[in-house]
Design a binder for this molecule. Structure first.
Ligand code: ADP
Length: 632
């Protein structure tokens, strides 16, 4: 355990987490440097709680009012039995005792329930705050980590600990809050029983320890197998997500894929069942220890109390009271022990989530800054790259220099590695070998935010989010410059469509949340993506990966006409498989077999014997035959 949870620092060593964390031991080192003790985790999660005096006061108030109730019920038994066994018992006294008891009971119940309800939303709020932190981690961590299923299984513990009101972090908060009451009851009743017989209290304490150890054993056993469980759960979730996702709906129906889906579920269910059978077997084996301890506590108490009645050291009313006290004490102690075991169990997962929240999962992020202003130079120096989990080199010893302000086109056949190159330049992935330099500075030593803010990127596959159009363009929900949004939509050629919508730029997108959500066509989504890249202020390089692939000829033509304006003052990398559309660029670079094999202007390259010329001729023929588009 680190002395302080949350002190993991970037060591400044150049890393490639997407590859590094494929290794189980490295994953363990980064995410679970040391085992967290229960107290460390409690200290961490109670930091904000302890600062809130109202909540602390309410917790104490609850503990007292809820904790006193079982104690009252024990004493009222003694009073009533004593009054009833008196030969001159007066009904008035009986009524008065019952009345006072009812009143105190009512007040304590009302106050404790009030306090509990009030605190409930506070703990829920805390959970949501931690959930946001975990989400932020997923949204900022190295993109390549999404390709590491073992990492995702491990990191997926956040769901186990943050997605429910009744388990994980929030469950722990509620349980500890309630255990305040249980503790007060146990202390009062334990105190009472110690006065009568320390043996009974001792057996009670032994019971707490036995119960806790048994539960702890089961809990740790389950936690050690969490990766297996999560793996199965994640796959099941993925299948059910896809089965209910509208985007897969067409293929699902036309290709009758539902049977295949049902089949895929079967092994998952079996794996689940198998794991749970193992857990249940262990629970069964250990449960008899608990039962024995429970029987023992009851037996010892009864024998001790009966012997006291026999030796006339206590009367019948005290015997009844103490027997009730033992029963309530046993229940309370059992509840307390269950609570402890629950907390131990849940905090194991909370500890994993804290590890995730505190881990540094960004490979870039040194302290270097990009000098100067305006367009940047990009240099790829001897860059090699393979995707995490795959040995196939996509790029090999690639060298490319793009001077500031150049409009460079990158062409190549499908799968040549063009998009991969974009991912490396933008810092989504780290090269496996070599360096990406921006204005001469190694990109991996630049803080991630600064690096990302350099680029206006239009990716090939466009994924609008379920926000409004304006929010999608501005990539923000505050401080949106509405005029700028409209200008960018106009430039991208989407304004005509958006202005025809009843809510204009405030139209919600997608149908997953709003009934009137707008669903755009592939080409329109691409225009939206162009508008977003244009909206971004301060970008020093524009990267467009097949920005016009889904556009019709007219829309494409309009974008090209405006490219000079769109790209002005920026370095530009433009990827297209339509060679005709790269003519406006200063230089065309051809990627083949993981390397740059040809470069020059369009006029130079068509004259040069090589792949570019072949591709150009093939595309030309295709157009001339009027059969549609080329396949290169
Ligand atoms: P292009 O953009 O030139 O069509 P890509 O850069 O998308 O090519 O892909 C280059 C190669 O890398 C392809 O063989 C592709 O199968 C592979 N590839 C792309 N993405 C991944 C990934 N996430 N994991 C493993 N291999 C990938």
């Amino acid at each position: 355990m680190q002395t302080q949870l949350g002190s993991k620092q970037n060591t400044g060593i150049r890393r490639n987490l997407a590859i590094e964390l494929l290794d189980k031991e490295k994953r363990r080192q980064l995410l679970h440097t040391d085992k967290h003790g229960l107290l460390d985790i409690l200290k961490y999660i109670y930091r904000p709680v302890l600062k809130n005096k109202k909540i602390v006061a309410a917790s104490l108030g609850y503990a007292l009012t809820a904790g006193v109730l079982p104690v009252l019920s024990v004493f009222i038994v003694e009073i009533l039995v004593r009054l009833l066994s008196q030969s001159d018992a007066s009904p008035r006294m009986l009524l008065m005792a019952a009345g006072i008891y009812s009143l105190v009971f009512f007040v304590c119940t009302a106050v404790s329930t009030q306090l509990k309800n009030r605190n409930y939303s506070y703990f829920m709020d805390l959970r949501v705050r931690y959930m946001n932190k975990a989400m932020e981690k997923f949204m900022t961590m190295d993109y390549g980590l999404f390709e590491n299923p073992s990492f995702l299984d491990d990191a997926g513990n956040w769901q186990r600990s943050l997605q429910s009101n009744t388990s994980g972090l929030e469950g722990t908060y509620h349980r500890i809050f309630e255990m305040g009451g249980t503790l007060i009851s146990a202390l009062f009743l334990g105190g009472l029983l110690i006065m009568v017989s320390p043996l009974i209290a001792l057996v009670g304490i032994v019971f707490v320890i036995v119960f806790y150890l048994v539960q702890r054993n089961i809990t740790i056993y389950k936690h050690e197998r969490r990766e297996e469980l999560l793996r199965t759960a994640r796959r099941a979730q993925k299948f059910s997500g896809e089965a209910s996702d509208f985007r897969y709906g067409k293929d699902m129906r036309l290709f009758k894929m539902e049977e295949r889906f049902q089949q895929a579920f079967q092994p998952l269910l079996q794996a689940y069942e198998k794991l749970y059978r193992i857990f249940t077997r262990r629970e069964l084996q250990l449960s008899f220890i608990e039962s024995t301890a429970l029987v023992l506590i009851d037996l010892v108490s009864f024998l001790v109390l009966a012997s006291k009645v026999y030796s006339q050291s206590i009367g019948i009313s005290e015997f009844v009271m103490l027997l009730t006290a033992v029963t309530v004490f046993t229940q309370t102690v059992q509840q307390f022990a269950q609570g402890l075991a629950y907390i131990k169990s849940e905090t194991l997962y909370v500890g994993d989530t804290i590890d995730l929240i505190e881990a540094n999962l960004i490979s870039t992020g040194g302290e270097n800054h990009i000098p100067g202003t305006g367009p940047v130079t990009i240099e790829l120096k001897d860059v090699s790259f393979h995707y995490p989990g795959s040995d196939r080199m996509v790029l090999e010893h690639l060298n490319l220099y793009i001077p500031a302000g150049e409009k460079c086109a990158l062409v190549g056949v499908n799968g040549a590695g063009k998009t991969t190159l974009v991912k490396l330049i933008t810092g989504m992935y780290q090269p496996t070998e070599g360096q990406v330099l921006i204005n001469g500075v190694d990109a991996s030593t630049i803080p991630q935010e600064e690096l990302f803010s350099l680029f206006g990127v239009v990716f090939q596959e466009v994924q609008p989010l379920a926000f409004t159009i304006a929010e999608n363009v501005a990539a923000s929900d505050t401080g949106i410059d509405r005029d700028r949004v409209v200008d960018c939509l106009k430039q991208a050629g989407l304004w005509e469509k958006v202005s025809s919508l009843p809510k204009g730029i405030d139209s919600p997108m997608l149908k997953v949340i709003e009934d009137d959500g707008v669903v755009l066509s592939g080409g329109e989504n691409q225009k939206l993506s162009i508008a977003r890249a244009l909206y971004r202020k301060g970008t020093r390089m524009m990267i467009m990966d097949e920005p016009t692939a889904a556009l019709d000829a007219l829309a494409e033509e309009k974008i090209y006409r405006e490219f000079d304006e769109i790209l002005s003052g920026k370095t530009a990398l433009f990827i297209s498989h339509r060679l005709a559309s790269t003519r406006f660029c200063d230089r065309i670079v051809l990627l083949d077999g993981g390397r740059i094999t040809q470069q020059g202007t369009h006029d130079q390259l068509v004259k040069e014997e090589g792949l570019y010329q072949k591709m150009f001729i093939a595309q030309g023929k295709y157009y001339q035959n009027g059969e549609g588009e080329e396949t290169a």
